[in-house]
Design a protein around this ligand. Structure first.
Ligand SMILES: [Zn+2]
Length: 245
């Protein structure tokens, strides 16, 4: 079919050859080889149903066949629990250590790291947990749970957003770090919950979101003053973090 099929066939032969070298008396099982979009330099080998499955990191697609041979001896040696010949390690690591490959790995990590967050569980804070405890403490569990997510982008001007149409609260992922005190994340979630508690008022064609009643309730948050102060002092830093790649 294509060149890549030919390459895969050629690489598969190397694995069969390496298998024979490690266990000359055993019948060579079916070996499946494919490239897989792992982040960074990663490969896996598994034995399933008597067949061997090899996944080679996409980053090694351009790897010379000699280095593939080295990798075949390394992966099979690990799978079979055999001593890996030094030459195999040398020929493989020689390729991997080249700057080109290392740079590609760094690039991949950057791109993959920017994936869209669709869960409430962030790296540090779990929005579902925070919502549940606020709902119990301040609202007598009367707020119906909206969709809660960390924002994909590290916004700094808008720390939280409530979308009434989609019943969704998004919190800026710039806050999902150990540098942010727990009460600050709580405060931002609390503010957005107040938008559910105090729906937008329409008076003479104008919309009112932060009504006097809203603001009174906002100040009931135990760490209101501390949270306001923290946000005020840290907006500049959040802005800097948001611009970092
Ligand atoms: Zn608001």
């Amino acid at each position: 079919m294509t060149d890549s099929t030919a390459v895969i066939d050629q690489i598969t032969d190397l694995y069969q050859e390496a298998f024979c070298w490690y266990g000359p008396k055993r019948a060579v099982p079916t070996i499946h080889v494919s490239f897989y979009p792992y982040v960074g330099i990663n490969h896996t080998i598994r034995l399933r149903g008597g067949e061997i499955f090899v996944r080679i990191g996409e980053i090694c697609r351009e790897m010379p066949i000699a280095s593939h041979k080295g990798l075949a001896y390394i992966l099979l040696g690990k799978l079979l629990g055999k001593r890996i010949p030094t030459g195999a390690r040398e020929v493989y690591s020689k390729y991997v250590k080249t700057t080109e490959v290392r740079e590609k790995a760094a690039d991949n990590k950057r791109v993959k790291g920017r994936k869209v967050v669709t869960t409430s569980k962030g790296a540090v804070y779990d929005l579902n947990e925070i919502f549940a405890s606020l709902n119990a403490q301040y609202f007598g569990n009367t707020i119906p749970k909206p969709a809660l997510t960390w924002s994909a982008k590290k916004t700094y001007r808008i720390l939280g957003h409530h979308d009434a149409t989609h019943d969704h609260i998004a919190i800026s992922s710039s806050l999902d770090t150990p540098n942010t005190p727990h009460y600050v994340v709580e405060y931002v979630v609390y503010h957005e919950m107040l938008h559910i508690h105090h729906p937008t008022k329409h008076v003479n064609g104008r919309r009112y979101n932060h009504t006097a009643a809203f603001k009174r309730d906002e100040q009931k948050f135990v760490y209101y003053a501390e949270a306001e102060r923290w946000v005020e002092r840290n907006v500049r830093r959040l802005k800097k973090d948001a611009r970092k790649k």
